[in-house]
Design a protein around this ligand. Structure first.
Ligand SMILES: C[S@@+](CC[C@H](N)C(=O)[O-])C[C@H]1O[C@@H](n2cnc3c(N)ncnc32)[C@H](O)[C@@H]1O
Length: 269
């Protein structure tokens, strides 16, 4: 996609008008700027952003309940790769008894969260571990659409780090692009060649430099942030070195990414 400067100005103006209408209608004033919303969901609409966060929370709550532990039983939660707070803001209703933390490499988004979402504690982390949290600090960590962007070395480094900060019995909920994302004709990516599909299926994991669609908001992502696909077999084999896989739901995240519920066991990788 290529948009010229005039189009980009018009789009920004329209988004500001939509935000203003949403504020007046709902009384919600803590709306992150459109450019930050684009960085987390690849679109800017405020309705999609807020409603998507709520629906994601519902999916996560259903998943932990189905894995044997309802949300009311968790005490310390971390949103890993929280962006501008799309999902953690939906957990505000639990904040009186669930201590909420969130972290991201996106310094600007975290700056906005710190000023506006005061019910949670926010941190900026580096592209590689460690995180500024203690061993076993959390009993719940979610990472929505984060492992969909990491190469294999970073994936393993982060799985190990998330294992460290979870206590035994704690849950990691994560999403990946699974089989439907390369079998469905509607899914975006630039090079859906037979060779590309063969590589994913052969290894069960594929990381590709797909470039980024950043005409509207340039310099959006770090260079290492690209696109990753996983097979279920790969997750069940490789992630099992860090966690027990409790649930694997193909397209379990709102019909798009696969959803994994993994439990932290006592063993070390
Ligand atoms: C597609 S966005 C999803 C954001 C958020 N989880 C949501 O669902 O709205 C991916 C996010 O992961 C963050 N991210 C990627 N790698 C990360 C890492 N190693 N540590 C922390 N955040 C990371 C990005 O900065 C971005 O905010």
């Amino acid at each position: 996609m290529s948009i010229d400067a005039l189009d980009a100005d018009k789009i920004r103006q329209r988004l500001e008008q939509e935000d203003q209408a949403y504020r007046l209608r709902t009384g919600e004033n803590d709306l992150p700027p459109a450019a930050m919303r684009f960085r987390v969901i690849g679109e800017c609409g405020i309705e999609e952003f807020v409603r998507g966060g709520e629906r994601t929370r519902e999916v996560l709550e259903t998943a932990v309940r189905d894995a044997g532990k309802p949300i009311e039983r968790f005490e310390d939660a971390l949103d890993f790769g929280c962006g501008c707070g799309r999902v953690v803001r939906a957990f505000r209703k639990h904040a009186s008894r669930l201590r909420l933390h969130a972290t991201d490499v996106d310094r600007e988004a975290i700056g906005w969260c710190r000023e506006n979402l005061t019910f949670a504690e926010f941190q900026v982390n580096a592209g590689k571990p460690p995180l500024p949290y203690g061993e076993g600090q959390f009993d719940l960590v979610w990472a929505i659409s984060v492992f969909t962007h990491l190469d294999e070395e970073r994936q393993f480094a982060w799985l190990s780090e998330l294992q460290r900060i979870l206590r035994p019995g704690g849950f990691l909920l994560a999403t990946v692009y699974g089989r439907p994302s390369w079998e469905s004709s509607s899914v975006f990516w630039q090079d859906k060649s037979p060779e590309f599909v063969r590589q994913i299926e052969a290894r069960g994991f594929h990381f590709a430099n797909t470039g980024s669609d950043d005409d509207l908001f340039p310099d959006t992502f770090p260079d290492w942030y690209q696109m990753t696909w996983h097979t279920r077999d790969y997750v069940e084999r490789e992630w099992a070195r860090y966690f027990d896989i409790r649930l694997y739901r193909p397209q379990g995240m709102l019909g798009d990414q696969d959803l994994i519920v993994a439990e932290r066991t006592g063993r070390q990788p």
